[in-house]
Design a protein around this ligand. Structure first.
Ligand SMILES: [Zn+2]
Length: 497
């Protein structure tokens, strides 16, 4: 979920939403109804689009459809009109995205139980209310016609006097979440104690943060082992239920064509209603996974905020994860080496969620007026920060760096962080040279990237690539130097045993 908007300074507040026992059933019914309306709208849109009707005209047709539905359908006439408008807004947004974004495919219909979100854009004043009985812990209530009684624990972040832009109600199993998009005034941060931070992402440590004095600290990955064990246990339970059901002839398996993987996969189906044990285990598994995601993202928020708070400029590696986590499989004619090891490495790189961390750092930096720089990643882990000697032999072991030329040594992560910091400083200087007056009004052109940034990045990338004019190694089939080093980080040392 997008939790920020740079242009309009919007922020999203999230609250757990409560209702009574009958309310959950009622919400389920309404969500199903909305899912059907959503599917109808998508089909209608596709039909009109194929006939060559313009989007403005389609909008008019959908509006008329909704008015008809509201006036003639009993279930819809009991519900507030904004809910229907919200679904129409979502549909139009999906089709607009299809036109504008290259990777976005055509909007698809959803299975009704997949429809999990109600959205109300530009809600009226009466939709959110403060519960008057308790003033110490202000409780909020959501009043939308047709929805059951809903309440949440409001806090200081929410000002009932100002109107939110969007009210969003999301269902995840039995858990309801209220998201309010409100206008935010980011609290100004005190000046940072350190001018620049060099950040080296890794596998053993998620991040290593180095400041200009050469001090560094590491952020280890979150320990998920209790959750992982519980998940494995639940998966075993699910498997046992499925085996038993197959044995008792209450279920069957069938082959399905998996479009994404391009091969057939065996899938499990129940003839009738699944067993209670199976449903319980599956619900618990989903809950486990959701909790893990929440914990993970909270952890990320905590340390990214700390980094932004303590540094004026943040420099981080500009790694293209798609390139690094490419499969080593190769082709049938030319099979790659170390396929299994590479896939394991890829998984542990993806688990670090580097992209998510970088995004958080970037928007937080722009919020609080800090500078965010991406520096080229090439050879940062093999270059000596003091004499610039670059060689894979500078890393005698996975955690240790020793320059073969001038004998500078230290922990490998910290050395890489120092290199990133120095590249960041260089990029910053080039940026200052390229932009003669940093506070010129030209930089506030909305939607366009500042050109100085792009050129300075390009320059820095060109400079950082290869000091000795070495060509980039071919990544296909075999592991590159960088990947070998990363692999050494996660695999247990063999020499010790
Ligand atoms: Zn050196």
């Amino acid at each position: 979920m997008k939790s920020h908007d740079k242009e309009a300074n919007l922020t999203t507040l999230q609250y757990r939403l409560y209702t009574n026992r009958a309310g959950y059933t009622e919400i389920d019914r309404i969500m199903r109804l909305c899912g059907q309306a959503h599917n109808d709208m998508i089909r209608r849109y596709h039909y009109l689009q194929d006939k060559g009707v313009s989007p403005t005209k389609i909008r008019r047709v959908l509006n008329e459809d909704n008015t008809y539905l509201k006036n003639h359908n009993q279930e819809w006439s009991d519900l507030a009109r904004p809910i229907l408008t919200g679904i129409q807004f979502r549909t139009e947004r999906a089709f607009k995205r299809e036109e504008e974004v290259e990777e976005a495919g055509a909007p698809k219909t959803k299975s009704p139980h997949q429809f999990q979100t109600l959205e109300i854009n530009e809600p009226s004043k009466n939709h959110l209310k403060r519960r008057e009985s308790d003033t110490k812990n202000p409780k909020g209530e959501v009043h939308i016609k047709g929805l059951p009684h809903l309440w949440f624990d409001a806090d200081d972040r929410l000002d009932f006097a100002t109107q939110p832009r969007v009210i969003r109600i999301t269902r995840q199993g039995r858990i309801l979440t209220l998201c309010l998009v409100v206008e935010a005034k980011p609290t100004p941060l005190p000046p940072a104690p350190h001018t620049i931070a060099g950040i080296d992402p890794g596998v053993k440590n998620r991040l290593t943060v180095v400041n200009e004095k050469g001090e560094y600290y590491t952020i280890p990955p979150l320990d998920n082992s209790p959750t992982e064990e519980k998940k494995k246990e639940l998966q075993r339970t699910i498997q046992r239920c499925q085996d038993q059901a197959l044995h008792d002839d209450r279920a069957y398996t069938a082959l399905h064509w998996d479009k994404k993987r391009g091969k057939y996969r065996c899938r499990f189906h129940w003839y009738g209603r699944p067993s209670k044990k199976y449903l319980d285990a599956r619900a618990q598994l989903q809950n486990c996974e959701r909790k893990r995601q929440v914990r993970q993202s909270q952890h990320e928020h905590r340390f990214t905020t700390e980094i932004v708070r303590n540094h004026q400029t943040i420099a981080i590696e500009d790694t293209k994860l798609v390139n690094i986590t490419k499969s080593a499989k190769g082709t049938a004619k030319n099979p790659g080496k170390n396929v299994k090891a590479k896939s394991g490495l890829n998984r542990s790189i993806r688990e670090q969620r580097l992209g998510a961390i970088r995004d958080k750092l970037e928007y937080k930096a722009s919020w609080y007026g800090r500078e965010f720089i991406r520096v080229p990643a090439a050879y940062t882990s093999q270059t000596c920060p003091s004499c610039k000697f670059t060689s894979p032999e500078n890393r005698p072991s996975r955690d240790y760096f020793q320059c073969q030329s001038c004998r500078t040594n230290g922990p490998a992560d910290a050395i890489a962080g120092t290199n990133i910091l120095k590249n960041g400083q260089k990029a910053l200087q080039e940026k200052e040279i390229n932009t003669p007056s940093p506070r010129s009004p030209t930089k506030s052109r909305p939607g366009a990237k500042p050109p100085a940034k792009a050129t300075s990045q390009k320059l820095a990338r060109a400079r950082g690539l290869s000091p000795s004019g070495r060509k980039q190694q071919d990544k296909k089939g075999s592991l590159t130097q960088l990947e070998m080093l990363l692999l050494a980080e996660i695999s247990p040392p063999k020499a010790g045993n």
